[in-house]
Write a protein that binds this ligand. Structure first.
Ligand code: TYD
Ligand code: MG
Length: 444
């Protein structure tokens, strides 16, 4: 019965908890928690509601960063009072990116590190810029006790807080438990909103690729940025926004890790292509869109006789279930028997593609390897494939064509369903309806 349920409120700051606490994690006062029935007056009096017309509209105030690429991914900068999570494999460059952000901003920043001591942190900051660089207001706090963290936040009330990393904070000796992580993130979120502080949480990813110390963080925070690189030998690091309460998702920025930190790359159109013009069997160029950017990317496939009892498919940088689907489409609509072979597909450049318009190029690359016929390096393709083998239209196809022309491509294969707005002299546009036509165009 709801009447029997209890909440606990801190008498000093009104912090709510579902269980009794000896010490308030928000205002740090002792013995202030009082039990209150859910239908009791205290609870009712804390309920506030408004007619939509009475609420004053205010646009989110943003802290604009010096890094234009990161600004773009965030939708114009970090929103004041927001909480963002930046997640990625250990060693990918999360601390480096956020330290660069701290150095180049004129705000009071509290840098909380549970991973390194103050000297190591200072060394890292110095490595990123010359000694007399610093934003004069970076306060370093090397501690992982959450109660101390709350105390220092209450004392300093900075504009920005960085927590490096959220997994190293502990509360009540409960390092690493999911409930604790949720609790810490919730307390921080309340602090961010109440005091208009922008909080950046750094989080490591576990082997399964799940944002470690779990998915639950993704639900709590306002913004989730994923830092990735599927190929360790590749110098580029890719940041994608997976969630953004204040902007578009699937925006992407690319950085190169150099001696003095991460350097943003603003023109992405062809950094994922090999510089060589040599035609190689199984190598094809696809053109896709990630966020607002149209990018040319190399795809390579290898079709070989299976080494196992049953054939297997492998994919790096693309959803392997989708590769299985594309193989079934090739089998049925191109009458090519790839099902009994092992098929390896690799998206070059360490990028994980989420745009399905790479489908047509991947099919082309698999068939090229199967038939041992190379594809011209001056040709690129774009189009998502349906289960009936049709090549679907791409929205804003002219943008794709212009990108291909700018990078010197002479032929582009696209869906005939596309609504091409302009006439192009510099490129041959081949229109196809379905994958079987691809065979007629390239492989006969
Ligand atoms: P780091 O930011 O510590 O990664 P994370 O916080 O995600 O664990 O960066 C890790 C790697 O980057 C490390 O192996 C060293 C390298 N690095 C450079 O190559 N150049 C630099 O200027 C810096 C600061 C780091
Ligand atoms: Mg780090």
């Amino acid at each position: 019965m709801i009447g029997n349920k209890k909440n606990f409120f801190c008498e000093k700051c009104n912090y709510k908890s579902f269980k009794w606490l000896g010490k308030c994690p928000y205002c740090m006062a002792w013995n202030t928690f009082k039990a209150v029935n859910i239908n009791n007056d205290h609870y009712k009096s804390s309920i506030e509601y408004y007619n939509i017309n009475d609420i004053k509209y205010s646009e989110n105030k943003r802290i604009v960063l010096h890094d234009m690429e990161l600004n773009r991914v965030l939708g114009g900068g970090i929103v004041e009072g927001s909480i963002s999570l930046i997640a990625g494999d250990p060693g990918i460059g999360k601390s480096t990116l956020i330290m660069q952000l701290c150095i180049n901003i004129n705000k009071t920043i509290l840098y909380i590190s549970g991973e390194e001591n103050i000297y190591q942190i200072k060394n890292r900051f110095v490595r990123l810029k010359d000694k007399n660089f610093l934003n004069q207001e970076i306060i370093v706090f090397a501690d992982n006790n959450f109660e101390n963290v709350i105390q220092i936040i209450n004392k300093l009330m900075p504009n920005i807080i960085v927590v490096d990393s959220i997994q190293t904070l502990y509360y009540n000796d409960n390092l690493g438990s999911i409930n604790q992580l949720k609790y810490i993130a919730n307390v921080l979120m309340n602090m961010a909103k109440k005091n208009n502080i922008a909080i950046i949480l750094i989080g490591h990813i576990n082997k399964e690729g799940i944002i470690a110390g779990p998915k639950v963080l993704e639900h709590i925070v306002d913004v989730v940025l994923l830092f990735e690189n599927s190929n360790n030998n590749f110098p580029y690091r890719i940041i994608k926004s997976l969630k953004n309460r204040f902007g578009k998702t699937s925006e992407l920025a690319v950085y190169k890790m150099e001696n003095k930190g991460l350097v943003p790359i603003s023109n992405l159109s062809s950094i994922f292509l090999s510089k060589s013009n040599k035609e190689i069997v199984g190598n094809v160029v696809v053109i896709i869109q990630e966020g607002l950017q149209t990018i040319l990317i190399g795809v390579e496939s290898l079709v070989s006789n299976t080494r196992y009892n049953a054939s297997q498919n492998f994919a790096i940088g693309y959803n392997y279930k989708r590769i299985n689907m594309l193989i079934a489409v090739i089998e049925k609509f191109c009458k090519i028997s790839v099902n009994s072979k092992d098929v390896y597909v690799n998206i070059t450049g360490g990028i994980n593609i989420t745009d399905n318009s790479a489908d047509l190029g991947i099919i082309c690359s698999i068939i090229s390897s199967y038939k041992n016929i190379p594809i011209s390096r001056k040709l690129c393709l774009t189009g998502e494939i349906s289960l009936s083998g049709e090549v679907k239209e791409v929205i804003d196809i002219d943008k794709y064509i212009v990108t291909a022309i700018k990078s010197g491509f002479k032929t582009i294969i696209v869906s005939s369903y596309n609504n091409i707005q302009s006439y192009y002299d510099d490129i041959e546009i081949i229109l196809i309806n379905n994958v079987s036509e691809l065979i007629n165009v390239l492989f006969i």
